[in-house]
Structure formats: C-alpha cells, structure tokens
Design a protein. Structure first.
Length: 153
C-alpha cells in the first residue's frame, strides 16, 4: 500500500483518532469528522471533482546473508537503517557519523546500486584496510537491490 494511501485510509484515521492520548472524549465522533474532512478534501476543491497526480515511491530490496532476511526500503535509505529494520544487529558506536567503522559490511551483490563513497568513509575504510567490496553501512545510501553480509552474522 503506498504511503499516501495509508495516511488517507479510514483504518489509519480511526486508529489515530482512537489511540491519541491528547483527545478529550468523543474519539469516535472525532474519527468520523477526520474521515469526512479527509474524504471531502480528497475529492472536492471549490465544488469540483479533483484529480491527483500519481504518487510513486521507489523501493529497493536489501538482503542480508547468510540469514536470508530481506527488507524493502525507500531509495536513499542508508544501509544501517535497512539492516536494523531486518532485526539483525550491526555494530556501531559513533551513532552513524562515519567515525568508528564498526558498521562495515561486505557487499555481495549490487555494489553499483549504492551511493558514491565520500571522503570520510574512504578514510575510515582505508585505516581499517577494508576490501574493495566493503562499505560503511551508515554512509552507503541505497539506490537499488543490494545483498550484504558481515563477519559476525
């Protein structure tokens, strides 16, 4: 389900209105009002039917070997966030600012689908004598399908 549909869907609006802690009583009434307002805003503008442009989000698959766990993420997500979404652990002590090098991963497939290596990332990998197929997960941004691994999975 595309992101914009999720936020405009009746189920999300009902959940949001009924689960909000800052709503004073009458949550079902408020949920109905939110749905009516969203529906009205979606279909009518100045008394005429509106049409919306198609909204597409490009996603890419990140596969972690040898576990085989896979996650789909939006393009330009960094590898660190993608790996954490799979539920696997990945070392980090610098909060993802390319200082420690603990988030180093080996790219098995799709190296060309990652962003270009920056100066800071190059310095850290050079100091660790990393291989040609290794990247820092906190710096590498995803632009297509990628398969990665580390020494400790």
């Amino acid at each position: 389900m595309p992101l914009f549909t999720l936020f405009a869907s009746r189920d999300f609006l009902n959940w949001h209105a009924t689960s909000s802690n800052n709503v004073k009583g009458g949550t079902k009434w408020e949920a109905r009002m939110i749905v009516r307002y969203a529906t009205m805003r979606r279909y009518y503008a100045h008394g005429q039917m509106m049409s919306f442009p198609e909204f597409n989000v490009e996603v890419a698959a990140v596969c972690c070997e040898p576990s085989g766990r896979e996650v789909r993420v939006v393009h330009e997500t960094n590898l660190l966030d993608a790996v954490l979404q799979t539920g696997l652990g990945l070392g980090q002590s610098c909060d993802g600012i390319a200082l420690c090098g603990f988030c180093r991963v080996q790219v098995l497939e799709g190296f060309e689908n990652l962003s270009a290596m920056g100066e800071e990332e190059h310095k850290v990998l050079a100091s660790q004598r990393a291989g040609d197929n290794e990247r820092l997960a906190c710096c590498a941004r995803i632009g297509g399908p990628v398969t990665i691994t580390t020494d400790y999975w």
